[in-house]
Ligand binder design. Structure first.
Ligand code: MN
Length: 230
Protein backbone atom coordinates (compact mmCIF):
# COMPACT_ATOMS: atom_id res chain seq x y z
CA UNK A 1 0.00 0.00 0.00
CA UNK A 2 1.44 3.39 -0.93
CA UNK A 3 1.76 6.04 1.77
CA UNK A 4 -0.28 9.21 1.49
CA UNK A 5 1.18 12.31 3.11
CA UNK A 6 -0.69 15.21 4.69
CA UNK A 7 1.59 17.49 2.65
CA UNK A 8 4.48 17.03 0.23
CA UNK A 9 7.46 15.60 2.19
CA UNK A 10 10.67 17.62 2.08
CA UNK A 11 13.35 16.50 -0.35
CA UNK A 12 16.37 14.87 1.32
CA UNK A 13 19.21 17.21 2.30
CA UNK A 14 22.21 16.45 0.08
CA UNK A 15 25.77 17.67 -0.36
CA UNK A 16 27.95 17.71 -3.49
CA UNK A 17 30.77 15.21 -3.93
CA UNK A 18 33.95 16.53 -5.55
CA UNK A 19 34.47 15.39 -9.17
CA UNK A 20 31.28 13.32 -9.10
CA UNK A 21 27.71 13.66 -10.33
CA UNK A 22 26.54 11.76 -7.22
CA UNK A 23 25.15 13.62 -4.21
CA UNK A 24 25.80 12.69 -0.58
CA UNK A 25 22.48 12.24 1.27
CA UNK A 26 22.77 13.79 4.73
CA UNK A 27 21.35 11.88 7.70
CA UNK A 28 22.48 13.80 10.83
CA UNK A 29 24.97 16.50 11.75
CA UNK A 30 27.08 15.94 14.85
CA UNK A 31 29.57 18.53 16.09
CA UNK A 32 32.51 18.31 18.48
CA UNK A 33 33.06 21.11 21.00
CA UNK A 34 36.51 22.24 22.18
CA UNK A 35 38.56 19.73 20.22
CA UNK A 36 41.60 22.02 19.82
CA UNK A 37 43.38 23.01 23.06
CA UNK A 38 44.00 26.61 21.94
CA UNK A 39 40.32 27.15 21.11
CA UNK A 40 39.23 25.57 24.42
CA UNK A 41 41.49 28.10 26.18
CA UNK A 42 40.08 31.08 24.23
CA UNK A 43 36.59 29.91 25.30
CA UNK A 44 37.73 29.98 28.94
CA UNK A 45 38.14 26.21 29.48
CA UNK A 46 41.07 24.08 30.58
CA UNK A 47 41.53 21.34 27.93
CA UNK A 48 43.63 19.24 30.32
CA UNK A 49 40.67 18.89 32.71
CA UNK A 50 37.68 18.81 30.40
CA UNK A 51 37.51 16.48 27.37
CA UNK A 52 35.75 17.51 24.12
CA UNK A 53 32.00 16.87 23.90
CA UNK A 54 29.21 16.72 21.31
CA UNK A 55 26.22 18.73 20.18
CA UNK A 56 23.97 18.47 17.09
CA UNK A 57 22.54 20.59 14.32
CA UNK A 58 19.51 19.65 12.21
CA UNK A 59 20.43 18.13 8.83
CA UNK A 60 18.68 20.95 6.99
CA UNK A 61 21.02 23.53 8.58
CA UNK A 62 23.46 22.65 5.75
CA UNK A 63 24.16 25.50 3.35
CA UNK A 64 26.37 24.98 0.28
CA UNK A 65 29.69 26.80 0.20
CA UNK A 66 28.61 28.38 -3.10
CA UNK A 67 25.81 30.32 -1.34
CA UNK A 68 26.12 33.53 0.68
CA UNK A 69 25.39 33.01 4.36
CA UNK A 70 22.38 35.01 5.60
CA UNK A 71 23.21 37.02 8.74
CA UNK A 72 20.87 35.37 11.27
CA UNK A 73 18.35 37.17 13.49
CA UNK A 74 18.65 37.80 17.25
CA UNK A 75 22.44 38.12 17.38
CA UNK A 76 25.04 40.88 17.57
CA UNK A 77 27.94 38.43 17.74
CA UNK A 78 27.87 36.04 14.78
CA UNK A 79 31.02 33.87 14.76
CA UNK A 80 32.82 31.71 12.21
CA UNK A 81 34.32 28.34 13.22
CA UNK A 82 36.19 26.60 10.38
CA UNK A 83 36.19 22.82 10.79
CA UNK A 84 37.15 19.59 9.06
CA UNK A 85 33.93 17.68 8.34
CA UNK A 86 33.85 13.87 8.22
CA UNK A 87 31.26 12.26 5.93
CA UNK A 88 30.34 8.68 6.87
CA UNK A 89 29.28 5.85 4.56
CA UNK A 90 29.04 3.32 7.35
CA UNK A 91 28.08 3.46 11.01
CA UNK A 92 27.29 1.34 14.02
CA UNK A 93 27.45 1.36 17.81
CA UNK A 94 30.46 0.98 20.11
CA UNK A 95 32.91 0.96 17.21
CA UNK A 96 36.57 0.01 17.60
CA UNK A 97 39.08 2.60 16.37
CA UNK A 98 39.72 0.45 13.30
CA UNK A 99 36.01 0.14 12.49
CA UNK A 100 35.58 3.87 13.15
CA UNK A 101 38.32 4.75 10.65
CA UNK A 102 36.55 2.57 8.07
CA UNK A 103 33.38 4.66 8.37
CA UNK A 104 34.96 7.70 6.69
CA UNK A 105 33.68 8.17 3.14
CA UNK A 106 35.17 11.61 2.66
CA UNK A 107 36.08 15.01 4.03
CA UNK A 108 34.78 18.53 3.54
CA UNK A 109 35.56 22.06 4.64
CA UNK A 110 32.82 23.25 6.99
CA UNK A 111 31.94 26.34 9.00
CA UNK A 112 30.07 25.81 12.28
CA UNK A 113 28.25 29.19 12.43
CA UNK A 114 27.54 30.33 15.97
CA UNK A 115 25.38 33.04 17.54
CA UNK A 116 28.01 33.48 20.27
CA UNK A 117 25.90 35.84 22.38
CA UNK A 118 23.05 33.31 22.53
CA UNK A 119 25.48 30.44 23.19
CA UNK A 120 27.12 32.40 26.02
CA UNK A 121 23.70 33.16 27.55
CA UNK A 122 22.86 29.44 27.38
CA UNK A 123 26.15 28.52 29.08
CA UNK A 124 25.51 31.02 31.90
CA UNK A 125 21.97 29.82 32.52
CA UNK A 126 22.64 26.11 31.98
CA UNK A 127 20.20 26.00 29.07
CA UNK A 128 20.56 24.09 25.76
CA UNK A 129 22.79 25.49 23.01
CA UNK A 130 20.34 25.04 20.16
CA UNK A 131 19.52 28.72 19.59
CA UNK A 132 23.26 29.52 19.53
CA UNK A 133 24.29 26.63 17.30
CA UNK A 134 21.44 24.86 15.53
CA UNK A 135 19.73 27.69 13.62
CA UNK A 136 18.87 27.88 9.89
CA UNK A 137 21.87 27.86 7.53
CA UNK A 138 24.27 27.37 10.46
CA UNK A 139 26.41 24.71 8.75
CA UNK A 140 28.33 25.74 5.64
CA UNK A 141 29.69 22.68 3.81
CA UNK A 142 32.00 22.55 0.79
CA UNK A 143 32.17 19.57 -1.58
CA UNK A 144 33.00 16.18 -0.07
CA UNK A 145 36.39 14.82 -1.17
CA UNK A 146 36.59 11.04 -1.18
CA UNK A 147 38.84 9.35 1.35
CA UNK A 148 39.91 7.01 -1.46
CA UNK A 149 41.25 10.04 -3.38
CA UNK A 150 42.73 12.33 -0.70
CA UNK A 151 43.82 9.63 1.79
CA UNK A 152 43.80 9.96 5.57
CA UNK A 153 43.55 13.58 6.75
CA UNK A 154 45.33 13.41 10.09
CA UNK A 155 47.53 16.48 9.74
CA UNK A 156 47.75 19.62 7.64
CA UNK A 157 46.82 23.26 7.95
CA UNK A 158 43.26 24.42 8.59
CA UNK A 159 42.63 28.17 8.27
CA UNK A 160 40.05 30.89 7.67
CA UNK A 161 40.46 34.47 6.50
CA UNK A 162 37.99 37.39 6.53
CA UNK A 163 38.40 40.13 3.89
CA UNK A 164 41.89 38.77 3.16
CA UNK A 165 43.03 38.84 6.79
CA UNK A 166 43.95 35.49 8.39
CA UNK A 167 41.79 34.91 11.49
CA UNK A 168 41.92 31.19 12.27
CA UNK A 169 44.85 28.88 11.83
CA UNK A 170 45.63 25.44 13.22
CA UNK A 171 46.77 21.97 12.26
CA UNK A 172 44.61 18.86 12.09
CA UNK A 173 47.37 17.08 14.01
CA UNK A 174 46.41 19.22 17.04
CA UNK A 175 42.92 17.72 17.37
CA UNK A 176 42.53 16.44 20.94
CA UNK A 177 40.36 13.58 19.60
CA UNK A 178 41.51 12.49 16.13
CA UNK A 179 39.04 11.42 13.43
CA UNK A 180 38.78 7.74 14.44
CA UNK A 181 38.59 8.63 18.15
CA UNK A 182 35.74 11.09 17.50
CA UNK A 183 33.75 8.45 15.58
CA UNK A 184 34.44 5.71 18.15
CA UNK A 185 33.47 7.98 21.07
CA UNK A 186 30.35 9.26 19.30
CA UNK A 187 29.28 5.67 18.53
CA UNK A 188 29.06 4.96 22.27
CA UNK A 189 26.38 7.68 22.53
CA UNK A 190 24.47 7.34 19.24
CA UNK A 191 24.07 4.65 16.61
CA UNK A 192 25.95 6.17 13.69
CA UNK A 193 24.65 5.68 10.15
CA UNK A 194 25.69 6.27 6.58
CA UNK A 195 24.98 9.88 5.68
CA UNK A 196 26.08 11.25 9.04
CA UNK A 197 28.33 14.32 9.04
CA UNK A 198 30.68 15.19 11.88
CA UNK A 199 32.06 18.73 12.35
CA UNK A 200 35.29 17.94 14.20
CA UNK A 201 35.90 21.20 16.08
CA UNK A 202 37.56 24.53 15.37
CA UNK A 203 41.07 25.91 15.97
CA UNK A 204 41.67 29.18 17.82
CA UNK A 205 40.80 32.58 16.37
CA UNK A 206 36.99 32.51 16.25
CA UNK A 207 35.55 36.01 15.82
CA UNK A 208 32.53 37.95 14.61
CA UNK A 209 31.55 38.69 11.02
CA UNK A 210 29.23 41.37 9.63
CA UNK A 211 27.15 41.69 6.46
CA UNK A 212 29.34 42.15 3.41
CA UNK A 213 32.33 40.28 4.82
CA UNK A 214 34.05 37.90 2.39
CA UNK A 215 35.53 34.71 3.80
CA UNK A 216 37.90 32.07 2.53
CA UNK A 217 38.52 28.81 4.40
CA UNK A 218 40.93 26.03 3.55
CA UNK A 219 42.28 22.68 4.64
CA UNK A 220 45.45 21.13 3.20
CA UNK A 221 44.37 18.45 0.71
CA UNK A 222 40.86 19.87 0.23
CA UNK A 223 41.62 23.25 -1.34
CA UNK A 224 39.53 26.19 -0.18
CA UNK A 225 36.00 27.57 -0.22
CA UNK A 226 34.93 31.21 -0.58
CA UNK A 227 31.72 32.83 0.57
CA UNK A 228 30.15 36.10 1.66
CA UNK A 229 27.83 37.18 4.47
CA UNK A 230 24.61 38.75 3.18
MN1 MN B 1 32.49 24.23 16.40
Amino acid sequence: MSISFAFEPYAPVTAPISASALRFPVHRIYCVGRNYAEHAKEMGSDPTREPPFFFCKPADAIIADTLPVPYPPRTQNFHHEVELVLALHRGGKNLTLEAAAGCIYGYGIGIDWTRRDLQNDAKKTGRPWDTGKAFDASATLGPIHLHSVVGELGSGKIWLSVNGELRQQGDLADLIWNNAEIIAELSTLFELRQGDLIYTGTPAGVAAVVRGDRLEAGIDGLGSIQLAIC
